[in-house]
Design a protein around this ligand. Structure first.
Ligand code: PNS
Length: 161
């Protein structure tokens, strides 16, 4: 049986921290589907299409990684795609409570689904898409936090605003 994992999130935009988790997950599972949540209550900076496009470009070199979007419950999306694992990065203790809640809810909704947590690389333990946006808004250097094409996309986005 093929092991298919889903790496869900907003990815607004994808950071080097996300890419680290996706890359490491792709070494463990046969296939990793990076699933971008559509219609999140948060107002995103990048459209779903832009977020997918950036993710596709930065994971292009990983043959067993696919990028997709999903609506509704993650467990329903996973059933349709025959995925049985969720992969998540844990940055700090502060992530734990929220992630434990989500993992518990997902298991309640579908007991066949397992959530796997990976400790984020130390160099990205402080990193989040929100922090990247906050810094990029003031034209500060984000080259150590996001891949070059994401940096360019951020510059274009804030220049247009
Ligand atoms: O990057 P984020 O915003 O922390 O990702 C959150 C995400 C997309 C993983 C989570 O909101 C999610 O899975 N949403 C889909 C709706 C769902 O299945 N909810 C029940 C589990 S919390």
């Amino acid at each position: 049986m093929m092991s298919i994992a889903v790496c869900p999130g907003s990815f607004d935009p994808v950071t080097k921290g996300h890419l680290d988790i996706i890359t490491r997950g792709a070494k463990v599972f046969d296939k990793v589907i990076v699933a971008v949540l559509i219609n999140h209550t948060k107002q995103p900076l990048f459209t779903t299409e832009e977020r997918i496009d950036l993710l596709k470009q930065v994971t292009n070199h990983l043959p067993n990684v696919e990028v997709d979007a999903f609506n509704g419950l993650l467990v329903d999306y996973m059933k349709v795609n025959k995925a049985n694992a969720i992969i998540k990065g844990l940055r700090a203790v502060s992530d734990f409570e929220y992630e434990m809640q989500m993992a518990s809810i997902n298991r309640l909704l579908d007991e066949e689904i397992e959530t796997f947590f990976m400790m984020t690389n130390n160099q990205y333990s402080f990193l989040s898409s929100s922090i990247v946006k906050e810094i990029a808004k003031y034209q500060a250097d984000v080259s150590s936090l996001v891949p070059p094409i994401v940096e360019e996309a951020l510059q274009r986005k804030f220049a247009a605003k």
